[in-house]
Design a protein around this ligand. Structure first.
Ligand code: APR
Ligand code: PHB
Length: 394
């Protein structure tokens, strides 16, 4: 079998790239290890930056997102028991974010792909990438006990943090930067109305908490927990009780609790791979980098990697120029490092770090107090949170 671009991974990166390429008349096959239902069952983030919204539109799959997504022009920061709104819309000259679950975005992309009759091989096992250092890369995989081979011009490694593409890059050509944080996030999803109409990021002496949402009737909450905690240790009641203790009195009184639909613990990590190109194989999304979720940047960075890569591939096929694909890694990494920095900084500002003592809390509170009272401070949060422009600093 032959295709122009073999995409490994049918998460948001792979599906979005596939859809954009299809629109541009470039042929792609997607190989995914899991089933489609499994991919949709993973509960992930839910905040889209404008660049991500624009890309969904460009891919022709934005209709439901615009109908059901909730536009937010601000976030609340809670510290010393009080909430303060960062008016992102006003501070950025009219920019917003949108609440729309990654699961929904993935579903829209999957359905569009199926409707267009495009090829996705689910439950493809033992995917291997070959010969990407030359002009004729190949991908092999197994399905139903048979080995298959795909010849292609390019391989797009959209296969997440544990994927095969990054692992197949020559060790001598790759550099990895990593920071692991000494705590995790315990998340709970429930069919209860959100406690507030925008998100609340809480710095409390008991640890960080986040009040997020998926819709007017579905809430997503998170608690900072020690890495040693197991999800089984946390009953729903214990979760709600701890969340209340980390909120301000008004939110505590307003909080509506209910049974969890999903509960899980995720570790926090900053991770970047350099470069993102190895001959004719490219890494995009979680395959190349991970951010701690505090800045809601994971999905948005994946989307902008895909945008840069897509631009490069279109230039290659339509203009016969390699300039775009040659610049992909550098361009994407410039944006990635800025989002990595923001995510690390915001994480450091909002969490309790074991062993750092009360003075760390005092420093954080003083910094937060400065940030909310200085227009420059508030704007620095706002412009990073809504997402830097695609051409920032170029
Ligand atoms: N062969 C085939 N598919 C694979 C392989 C493999 N060896 N390894 C991983 N995959 C698949 C995974 O099953 C998964 O469906 O690749 C997909 C990668 O998807 P994600 O992990 O969701 O990564 P990505 O598409 O880059 O999405 C970016 O945004 O909110 C953030 O971190 C969050 O998932 C998120 C991300
Ligand atoms: C979420 O809704 O899952 C979410 C929102 C904002 C974040 C992280 C996660 O910063």
């Amino acid at each position: 079998m032959r295709t122009q671009v073999a995409i490994i991974g049918a998460g948001p990166s792979g599906l979005l790239l596939g859809q954009l390429l299809h629109k541009a008349g470039i042929d792609a096959v997607i190989l995914e290890r899991q089933t489609g239902d499994y991919v949709l069952s993973r509960i992930r983030a839910g905040i889209l930056e404008q660049v991500c919204i624009d890309l969904m539109d460009e891919a022709g799959v934005g209709q439901r997102m615009h109908k059901e997504g909730l536009v937010h022009g601000g976030i609340d920061l809670l510290f010393k028991g009080q909430r303060h709104r960062i008016d992102m819309n006003q501070l950025t000259g009219g920019k917003n974010v949108m609440v729309y679950g990654q699961t929904e975005l993935t579903r829209d992309l999957m359905e569009a792909r199926a409707a267009a009759g495009l090829s996705t091989v689910y439950q493809a096992t033992n995917v291997q990438v070959h010969d990407f250092d030359g002009k004729n890369p190949r991908v092999t995989y197994e399905k139903n006990g048979q080995t298959h081979e795909i010849h292609c011009d390019f391989i797009a490694g959209c296969d997440g943090f544990h994927g095969v593409c990054r692992a197949s890059a020559p060790r001598s050509a790759i550099r990895e930067y990593e920071k692991v944080y000494p705590f995790g996030w315990l998340g709970l999803l429930s069919d209860t109305p959100p406690v507030h109409d925008e998100l609340i990021y809480a710095n409390s002496p008991r640890g960080f908490a986040l009040c997020s949402q998926r819709s007017h009737t579905r809430s997503r909450y998170y608690l900072q927990v020690p890495l040693t905690d197991k999800v089984e240790d946390w009953s729903d009641e214990a979760f709600w009780q701890e969340l209340r203790l980390r909120l301000d009195p008004e939110a505590r009184a307003k909080l509506v609790t209910g049974p969890s639909i999903e509960k899980s613990i995720a570790p926090l990590r900053s991770f970047v791979t350099e470069p993102l190109r190895f001959g004719r194989m490219f890494l995009a999304g979680d395959a190349g980098h991970i951010v701690p979720p505090t800045g809601a940047k994971g999905l948005n960075l994946a989307a902008t990697d895909v945008k840069y890569l897509y631009n490069g591939l279109v230039e290659y096929y339509q203009d016969k120029s390699e300039a775009g694909i040659d610049r992909y890694s550098e361009l994407a990494l410039k944006r990635i490092w800025k989002a990595e920095r923001f995510s690390w900084w915001f994480t450091s500002l909002m969490h309790r770090f074991p062993g750092e003592g009360e003075i760390a809390q005092k420093f954080q509170e003083a910094e937060l107090d400065y940030l909310i009272h200085s227009e420059a401070g508030a704007r620095t949060i706002a412009e990073n949170y809504v997402g830097l422009p695609l051409d920032f600093g170029q």
